[in-house]
Design a protein around this ligand. Sequence first.
Ligand code: 6PG
Length: 260
Amino acid sequence: MTTTPQVVVHRTKDEMVRATAARLVTTLVAAQTDRGTASVVLTGGRNGIALLHAVAASPARDAVDWARLDVWWGDERFLPAGDPERNETQARAALLDAVPLDPARVHPMEPSGGAFGDDADAAAAGYAAELDAASRPEDHGPVPSFDVLLLGVGPDTHVASLFPELPGVRETGRTVVGVHGAPKPPPTRVSLTLPAIRAAREVWLLAAGEDKARAVAVALTGAGEVQAPAAGAYGRSRTLWLLDEAAAARLPEGFRAPPA
Ligand SMILES: O=C(O)[C@H](O)[C@@H](O)[C@H](O)[C@H](O)COP(=O)(O)O
């Protein structure tokens, strides 16, 4: 099932990031109210990390019961543990180290030189097994039904580490893949695949700045997912594109959510 994307346009990047932080806190609190627990999938990139800083600074942040939150990653740069360019390192510095998470519920992807040595494909298989072990019968498959899965959008329409035309974006069987030869450094990465992304209840795509305007317009106006991976990223109950005016500038009329 696909969900029609909803497009929310904020005036500036800063406003988009702060409003999305408030939306994330509210959504996680609602999930904990409904199910007693919540889960989020983090993304790397400037917007994804700015969002975590904004959650850390939010006066409402402790409405979330952090000990009942599962934290996963949508992709990782396959670098040594603690490398400042790892998405995990940046997420810990921005938010995770500041809130009382249950360490057993934080699920980083293995670094290079870790349990799988320098084998990104083995690290991907390991993460797929971890997802499978965490999924329950009601999840209908080998991936948990994440409450919110966050994605940055690259200027070439990549999401997570699924780049246009590379093998990862064509993957229909596996839930996690090793990525080799990525055009955005570092070249070796680990990424959820589109089927795994689509297991989420809600998928939120973040884009700000004029260098994203073409990617946003292409992905939302009928491009195929192999050429434009962001076009294949949607959630089971909701797909939200959270933009600033600059990133929305090339969208045709009629794509924005009506004003509240
Ligand atoms: O590891 C990464 O780099 C990401 O997960 C990647 O998919 C990122 O989210 C986009 O490239 C957008 O990044 P920006 O928000 O910095 O433009």
